[in-house]
Design a protein around this ligand. Sequence first.
Ligand code: IPD
Ligand code: CA
Ligand code: CA
Length: 262
Amino acid sequence: MSLSANMNIMKKAARKAGRSLVKDFREVENLQVSMKGAGDFVSRADVAAEEIIKSELMDARPTYGWVGEEGGAETGSDPTRRWIVDPLDGTTNFLHGLPHWAVSIALEHKGQIIAGVIYDPAKDEMFFAEKGEGAWMNETRIRVSGRGRMIESIFATGVPFGGRSDLPATLQDLARLMPACAGVRRFGSAALDLAYVAAGRYEGFWERRLNAWDMAAGIVILREAGGFVEPLVPGEDILSSGEIIGSNEVIFDQFSKVIRNR
Ligand code: IPD
Ligand code: CA
Ligand code: CA
């Protein structure tokens, strides 16, 4: 595999932030006993990881724009390119000592995501893709699964929490989907959900009310792994609507019919 200079920069930044987060994650596991200040500690870990990523990426590419979950948005002197970054996707897992969270870094060019990295430091799994170059996990090329029967397929989603208004819609989705498939997972990291569909670990994923940084890297990785990704409501823009559906190519029609209730 031959990596572009940008991909090398992205992977290096993800690893560096990952090392910092792993150190803090060990600390969080200790804090579980007392519970005191765990939330603030995690917020600081999150911000520190974003600062590491931002300085790595912006030092290497000072003309690009930036949007990060913790640090807001900046337009670069090159308005056609910007980094889209979630330093810690799966914060609730991290806070509870659950080792399922990731760093997500995407590069957008003229409104299209052209490269993405999702790094899960706890498992040392680096998912990445560049447009036209295929998708990878560490040294291995990845592809979506070939399962085409709903009843044999596993799907993932995010179930709204904390009184969010989209809960009824998701519960209705689940009521239609669960009897028709082999299981639904809610692992708590949208970025890893997309990467797992790309790696063929589950067949599809959908979620409402996401932000661009939750999805951007996963979109290019899933497409490069041979998957289909669409806005949940056809015709909308995925990143601005925050509503996404993606799966392997063979099951997409069946899966999207159930979720879109057609
Ligand atoms: C969250 C995760 C989760 C999804 C939430 C996101 P965060 O991101 O991706 O799976 O269901 O909607 O906000 O807050 O952990 O970066
Ligand atoms: Ca996120
Ligand atoms: Ca986050």
